[in-house]
Design a protein around this ligand. Sequence first.
Ligand SMILES: C[S@@+](CC[C@H](N)C(=O)[O-])C[C@H]1O[C@@H](n2cnc3c(N)ncnc32)[C@H](O)[C@@H]1O
Ligand SMILES: [Zn+2]
Ligand SMILES: [Zn+2]
Length: 254
Amino acid sequence: MAKQALFKAYDLTRKKPHKIPSPPTKLTESRLSENEWKVSKRPEVRGSKKPVKKGRTKKSAAAAVEKAPKRAADLLRCKGGEFQCLHCEAFSDEASCGTACYKQFRREHFPSDRIDIRGPGLLGYGAFTKPGVTIPKGAWVGEYLGELRPLTADTTSTYRFEIPGVCAVDARSSGNWTRFINSHCRPNVKPWGETVGKRHVILFQALREIGPEEEITFNYGGRYFENAGFLCGCDAQKKAHLPAGAKQTKGKKK
Ligand SMILES: C[S@@+](CC[C@H](N)C(=O)[O-])C[C@H]1O[C@@H](n2cnc3c(N)ncnc32)[C@H](O)[C@@H]1O
Ligand SMILES: [Zn+2]
Ligand SMILES: [Zn+2]
């Protein structure tokens, strides 16, 4: 079994009052934020106090800038052999595992035509199972996709997940249906950092059976609401509230 690590949802530093954004009219599943990668510095280089060698030209100093990845797949590829594929259970240095695993995993676990986007409601748009669809407990429900941005890039997006040491996945303007998953204090899915076909992925797993026309939700966590400066409006409580783990002082009504 692959090592499971809970992702920190939305590394959010937004201080401004909250507004529900309109969804993009057309969503591209994933793309690279090319300009950001061209100018992004590697985190360890950024704070480095190493003296610049005598005679070093401006051009060679620019080598400290991260090399822009060419494709999303290059960026997400596992480095080293310690990651285990959720599909075939091979480790990331074994030749038997690769893109085919990723494609097969998606085909097997994410049938099309299961999810509806509904709204806007009180929490904006939301993701629901279609009539007649039931998702069993433990099933992989979807993959979080979006624009792949350097970890050092500005973080004001509320659609951002981090893959530690790799990149941030920001679904503000690119993504799939999972960008519409709202937060709930009694959620029915949970996000995990996983590896499929030598690729880092963020997957949502069903915490219980999800019935037809049920809203799919995960818990963004107390920190999200604390930083965003508004309360959780889910129906686990009658009034808007701070989810467990948030400090009481900062939340204010939306
Ligand atoms: C990842 S988006 C979810 C999709 C969003 N509803 C939309 O229409 O695009 C996160 C945003 O949805 C809203 N939201 C989601 N869950 C919420 C909750 N439990 N309470 C209040 N606002 C919520 C907030 O506007 C939040 O910034
Ligand atoms: Zn595999
Ligand atoms: Zn809540």
